[in-house]
Design a protein around this ligand. Sequence first.
Ligand code: UT7
Length: 329
Amino acid sequence: MSKIHAAITAVHAYVPDYILTNQELETMVDTNDEWITTRTGIKERRILKGEGLGTSDMAVPAVNGLLKKRGIGAEEIDLIIFCTTTPDFVFPATANILADKIGAKNAWGYDLSAACSGFLFGLATGSQFIESGKYKKVLIIGGDKMSSITNYQDRATCIIFGDGCGAVLLEPNDEGNGIIDSILKSDGSGVPYLHQKAGGSVKPASHETVDAREHYAYQEGQAVFKFAVTNMADVAAEVMERNNLKAEDIAWLVPHQANKRIIDATANRTGVSADKVIINIEKYGNTTNATIPLCLWEWETKFKKGDNLILAAFGGGFTWGSIYLKWAY
Ligand code: UT7
């Protein structure tokens, strides 16, 4: 009997309507379009506006669109893994809230926290439930309302982040397509360079933490850049080598969209030519857990059954990793 792989059988996403351009940011902090474009590749990002709306509210249209495309009902979903750094609440899990909102009444779920690598960690984790034969339909969501933890007085971070949410469905595949291999890494010594200082159990919210603006993403950009640029490129190259894949065997490289310069370094290291590298950072910025599913969503119609895709990410934690998958439809 051939091995069962977990294959992506549908993808959909949602980005909010509001577009925050570099020009608008110029009116908010001391920055300019030229600096942002040359240093990051970002031109605009989407922002979820509206009182009382959270990450799950972007996941609802993403998942409903996915279910419609696949022609199945929410009650058929077995498990929801919600990869996010900006959950609706500290608890309960956003996966629970989403299950209720979409009517996935036979599913259980949990949130997965691995910053920008979360979606890859989610794919690797969710695929185990499919490969083991335990479940037939697993939803992996990657979504973040980064605007809820972005300090719009800090020009070094507010130009980077945007909001969005993507979702994929994992189902069993016996044709040799699906998730073939993954290399995932984490290193907790990276905390000082990229984290949210307050709001957790170490430093619960207080007047002081709010006054000190410690409930926002804090990043030492240059330090993170150095780790990201080598680790993301190396891990993508490693997963290719381990599977005897040359650059010409790769149909698409799908990198986390944090900085165009990091994407270019990953492309160079793997040898994958520019026309096979998926880039949409100019439109959405860094949507953390959503970058890779947003790429899959936008390029879905270009993928062919059997295409070799290499996914790669680096994020806070530090976390990083790469997944080799064969597109299944
Ligand atoms: O997704 C999770 C992982 N995160 C990442 O991978 C992000 C990695 N880091 C980066 O992408 C880059 O470090 C940033 C885009 C965040 C910053 O770019 P950089 O080239 O590393 O800039 P820098 O922090 O070294 O700053 C260079 C200069 C500084 O001025 P001085 O000290 O040279 O006078 C900054 O104050 O640019 C200044 N600067 C800005 N200038 C205009 C910083 N932000 C801005 C800005 N507009 N928005």
